[in-house]
Design a protein around this ligand. Structure first.
Ligand code: FPP
Length: 228
C-alpha cells in the first residue's frame, strides 16, 4: 500500500457564519452562535484522532475590528462564554488551550478568562487547540523579526520561526469553509508547504464527518515539498 500522509497540524479558516444566518433570515450573530457549537464539535473530533496534535482556528483577525461594534462585542462575549462553559470539555478531551495573536486590545476580563483557561488546561496532552485572536500573519512576522533584532540574533529562517507567536510548527492541512478561496493573512509563514482544501459548506453547517472526508483526501495527496 502507498504511504499515506500523517495529519499532525490542522488549521481552519472558519468562514460563512454571516451568510448562514442571512439565508435563514436571522441576524449575523446567530450564525456566530451556531459557529461556536461547530468549534466544539470539530475540536472534539480532533482530540479523538491519534495523529492530530494541534488544531489552529482563525477566530478573530486584525481586520475584524472593522465590523459593527455590536458584532465585535458579541464575538468577544461569545468567546468569553465559550471558554467558561467549555472548560469541562477541554478537560474531558485532554485538550490544552492556547492563542496566537496580539491580545493587548482585549478587555481585562476577557484577557483574564483566556489566561485562566490556558493555566487550567496547560497539562492536557491529547490536543492543543490554538485560537488565533486579533491575529494577522504579517503582523506576527514583523513582531517575530523585531524579537530577533532585539535578541541581537542573525535573521535566518530558523531564528524567525523560533520567534513567531506560534511554536506549533508547520501546518499540514488548511481548510477554509464557505467557498472563499484565499488565505486572508492567516499563518502565511507556517503554510508554506501546507495542503489546502476549500469547501463550499458554511462554517455552522460544517461537520466532523465532512472533515473526516477531507482528511482522507489529504492522506492520499502526493506531498512533494519541491521534490519530484
Ligand atoms: C467568519 O464568518 C467568522 C468569524 C469572523 C468569526 C469566527 C467565530 C466563530 C466561529 C464563533 C465563535 C468562535 C469561538 C472560538 C467561540 P463571517 O462572519 O465572516 O461570515 P460571512 O463571510 O458569511 O459574513
Amino acid at each position: 500500500m502507498d504511504k499515506i500522509n500523517i495529519l499532525r497540524h490542522l488549521a481552519i479558516i472558519m468562514d460563512g457564519n454571516g451568510r448562514w444566518a442571512k439565508i435563514r433570515g436571522k441576524v449575523r450573530t446567530e450564525g456566530h452562535k451556531v459557529g461556536a457549537e461547530t468549534v466544539r464539535d470539530i475540536t472534539t473530533y480532533c482530540a479523538k484522532q491519534e495523529t492530530i496534535e494541534t488544531l489552529t482556528l482563525y477566530a478573530f483577525s486584525t481586520e475584524n475590528w472593522k465590523r459593527p461594534k455590536m458584532e465585535v462585542n458579541f464575538l468577544m462575549r461569545l468567546l468569553d462564554n465559550y471558554l467558561r462553559n467549555e472548560l469541562s470539555t477541554y478537560m474531558e478531551l485532554d485538550t490544552r488551550f492556547e492563542t496566537i495573536g496580539d491580545l493587548s486590545p482585549f478587555s481585562n476580563s476577557l484577557k483574564q478568562t483566556i489566561s485562566e483557561t490556558k493555566e487550567l488546561t496547560k497539562n492536557n496532552k491529547s490536543l492543543v487547540q490554538v485560537l488565533a485572536l486579533n491575529y494577522g500573519s504579517r503582523d506576527e512576522i514583523v513582531r517575530a523579526a523585531n524579537r530577533v533584532i532585539a535578541k541581537d540574533q542573525e535573521l535566518t529562517e530558523e531564528s524567525l520561526t523560533a520567534s513567531l507567536d506560534s511554536s506549533y510548527g508547520d501546518i499540514d492541512l488548511i481548510v477554509r469553509t464557505s467557498g472563499e478561496q484565499r488565505l486572508s493573512n492567516f499563518l502565511l509563514w507556517q503554510l508554506s508547504y501546507s495542503e489546502i482544501f476549500f469547501t463550499d459548506t458554511l462554517w455552522p453547517d460544517f461537520t466532523a464527518s465532512e472533515l473526516e472526508e477531507i482528511i482522507e483526501n489529504f492522506q492520499q495527496r502526493n506531498r512533494k515539498y519541491g521534490g519530484i
